[in-house]
Design a protein around this ligand. Structure first.
Ligand code: FES
Length: 87
């Protein structure tokens, strides 16, 4: 598992194995826009402010993935114990 911090609301949630970031956000009443929920369309892409995303999508370019500045939160996870996103 890893912790997800929402920079704008200063809230932190734990994302356990088996749940996506989107699942956890919705459980806590944070509405996020998604479409495919399979890492294909890019609707759910958010800015990453800190931490290291574990990219599992096939939407971002390899350069975007390598930059670590954005991620598709319907499928991607975290390599770091804390991930801070611009939400
Ligand atoms: Fe389509 Fe996440 S909702 S990539």
């Amino acid at each position: 598992s890893f912790d997800l911090k929402l920079a704008r609301s200063n809230k932190t949630f734990t994302v356990p194995p088996g749940k996506t970031i989107v699942d956890v956000l919705r459980e806590h009443g944070t509405d996020v826009e998604t479409s495919c929920e399979q890492g294909v369309c890019g609707t759910c892409v958010v800015k990453v402010l800190d931490g290291c995303p574990d990219h599992r999508d096939c939407f971002l370019t390899s350069q975007e993935q390598a930059s670590g500045n954005c991620m598709a939160i319907c499928v991607s996870r975290s390599r770091s114990t804390l991930l801070v996103v611009d939400l």
